[in-house]
Each structure stands twice: as C-alpha cells, then as structure tokens.
Design a protein around this ligand. Structure first.
Ligand SMILES: NC(=O)c1ccc[n+]([C@@H]2O[C@H](COP(=O)([O-])OP(=O)(O)OC[C@H]3O[C@@H](n4cnc5c(N)ncnc54)[C@H](OP(=O)(O)O)[C@@H]3O)[C@@H](O)[C@H]2O)c1
Length: 317
C-alpha cells in the first residue's frame, strides 16, 4: 500500500524473493505510480488504497506509508480482514497503538512493525558472546541512530503526518534497547530539540533504566553525521556493532570485542534482513502466535510516548 522508496528498493524485492509470499497488487494514490511499480514487479496496479482492501485475493498488506496515515489505513485493513506489516513507526502514539492492537486481537490478525534489523544474524552472534560471558556482567547499553538532512519536502519534516526524529530515528534505538536488553527498561530522562522554522523535532536523547542497575542511553537525529551503531559495556569488556540497523544485504558488518589489553574484530557474513522480516510476518500468520508482535508494538509506542512526555521540560526550540 503506497509506492514508497523503501518498498521499491528493499521490501518488494524481498517479498518477491521468498516462496511463502505471492505479490498480488500494488496500490497508489496515483495511477501512473501504481502502473510503474506494477510493471516493475509484475503484479496488478490498483488506484486508491481502499480498492486494494476490497480484493478477496489479498490476505495481507505491507504498509510503508508515513506514520501519520497508519491509524486510518491499519484500522481499515484490519476491518477488511487483512494481516498488516506496517513500517516504523507503526503508531503516532501509545493510545492509538493500543486501539490498533485491540482490533487486531479481536479479529485474530497479525499486526507487526517492520523493524527488520532484528532479523539480521549479526545480533545472534552478539547474544552468543554475552551468554558465553565474554564481557562479564552487562552494565550499560548505548545506541545511536542519526542521518544527514534530507530534502525538506520529505514527510519526515512534517509532524502532522508523523514526521520528526522521535518517530523515525529514535524508533530504531528504542527497539534496540528492548530487543537486545529486554522489556523492563523505562525512560527516566529525555530531551528533544525542535527546529523553530520547520516546527519538527530534529534530534534528542534519552536515558532508560531497568530498575536493577542496568542503564541504556540512546541518541538520535536527522541533522547529523551518520550514526547507526550500538555498544554493550560489561564488567570485563565491551561489544560494538558498527552497522546495527541498516546493513545492506551485501554488507559484512563488523563486530568488535574489547577486553583489558585485547581487541578482536569479527567480520560477519552478509545477511538480508528484509527477507528475514517478511518471513517472520509469514511465520506469525501461520503459527497463530500473534501476541509477541502485539506486545512489541505496545511497548515501543509507550516508550516513545514517555520520551516525548519526559522531554517536555527539556525541549529546545
Ligand atoms: N524499516 C526501514 O528500514 C525503513 C527504511 C526507510 C523507510 N522506512 C519507513 O517506511 C515508510 C516510507 O518511507 P520512505 O522513505 O520509503 O517514504 P516515501 O518514499 O516518501 O513513500 C511514502 C509513500 O506513502 C504514500 N503516501 C500517502 N500519503 C502520503 C503523504 N501525505 N505524503 C507522503 N507520502 C504519502 C506515497 O505513496 P503513493 O503516492 O503511491 O500513494 C508515498 O510513496 C516510513 O514510515 C519510513 O519510516 C522504513
């Protein structure tokens, strides 16, 4: 649903590459765009998102629309009986996330947020190193995601349709905290800088704590030197992942393990996390195991809301 750049570059090729899925149709608000995409990917062109939802041969929707449009179109998709994989951020706020999850649950449909980085094998290597005690007891997690300015016509600069660094860049770092460190991390402090002319939040940071002495620090933004990494610091060492969130399918990420007087570099095998994500969507549909992704949607939007709320005393314009 929507001829988005991320769909064209990465997700539709992944959908087309796996036997679990058959690409039936692509919908756009524009006839020209729908036909152009449909021609490229050998499927039907549909004009108008509503018309995609009327089709009986569509079981599931991939939705790369700006976040501000998700509530309307996720709700309509679920009411039409379709499973939904929506791009991040799936929800503009916690309360709409809860309503969407409730609707999905009532209808026994999958609702999943597309944070594909979780399906890259490099993180399994990190989990194994931690389990083996390579860095001792884990004490601190730090994650950064930021990118240089884009064209100002990009929807990311329009908060009315879900733009802003919080719903975009911060989303990755928040998901990383919960994915790598666990769900019990709560936001204790946050700040957010808003561009006075664009009236959009552009960068910020937050401090989270799990109530057991382990902290997480995140930094995010969209007017920056590119950053896309995390580090886990333990009592005996530190693990750093250099391209944590957006490794391309042909990229070999570098994982560095440092201990007193030692440094080890591990070049990971390339992996296609777009394929991993679309396979997970299929697995969730056929297994009937919906709750994990509902839970992830709720905890993610709650944490982003908490950052927004706690930054109110530390908001800069
Ligand atoms: N998971 C990831 O790694 C990743 C990476 C990049 C982006 N994303 C997410 O994917 C989504 C799309 O990002 P993108 O960079 O690919 O965006 P994009 O190229 O601008 O595509 C967004 C699409 O949404 C549709 N749309 C409907 N109403 C719109 C409106 N008022 N303004 C703008 N677009 C509208 C358009 O499709 P039609 O004109 O065809 O209707 C447009 O092509 C965002 O939620 C973003 O956060 C995820």
């Amino acid at each position: 649903m929507g001829c988005a750049s991320i769909a064209q570059r990465s997700m539709i090729p992944a959908i087309s590459a796996v036997p679990e899925w058959r690409l039936v149709a692509i919908a756009s608000r524009s006839c020209e765009k729908a036909e152009n995409f449909a021609g490229q990917f050998n499927c039907d062109a549909v004009v108008g998102y509503e018309n995609l939802l009327k089709r009986n041969d569509v079981d599931a929707i991939y939705m790369p629309l700006p976040t501000g449009l998700h509530y309307e179109w996720i709700t309509k998709s679920l009411m039409a009986g379709k499973h939904v994989l929506a791009e991040k951020s799936i929800a503009a706020d916690y309360s709409s996330a809860c309503r969407m999850v409730e609707l999905a649950r009532e209808n026994n449909l999958v609702l999943m947020e597309n944070f594909m980085f979780q399906y890259h094998s490099q993180h399994q290597f990190v989990f194994t190193m931690i389990r083996k005690g390579e860095i001792g007891e884990v004490r601190v997690f730090r994650a950064n995601f930021a990118f240089p300015p884009m064209n100002k016509s990009n929807f990311r600069y329009d908060e009315k349709i879900g733009g802003g660094a919080l719903l975009d860049a911060a989303g990755y770092t928040v998901r990383a905290v919960h994915f790598i460190m666990g769900d019990d991390f709560v936001v204790k402090a946050a700040n957010l800088y808003h561009d006075p002319e664009l009236k959009t939040n552009i960068y910020g940071g937050a401090f989270l704590d799990n109530g057991k002495g382990i902290s997480a620090q995140i930094a995010f933004g969209m007017d920056h030197y590119y950053q896309c990494n995390y580090e886990i610091w333990g009592s005996k060492g530190k693990i750093t992942v250099d391209r944590a969130f957006t490794p391309k399918p042909d990229y070999s990420p570098l994982i560095v393990l440092e201990k007193q007087g030692e440094r080890h570099e591990y070049k990971m095998k390339p992996d296609n996390h777009f394929i991993g994500s679309i396979k997970e969507f299929h697995r969730t549909i056929v297994s009937g195991d919906r709750e994990k992704h509902y839970h992830d949607v709720v905890i993610q939007s709650k944490t982003l809301d908490d950052i927004r709320r706690l930054s109110e005393n530390h908001a800069y314009y």
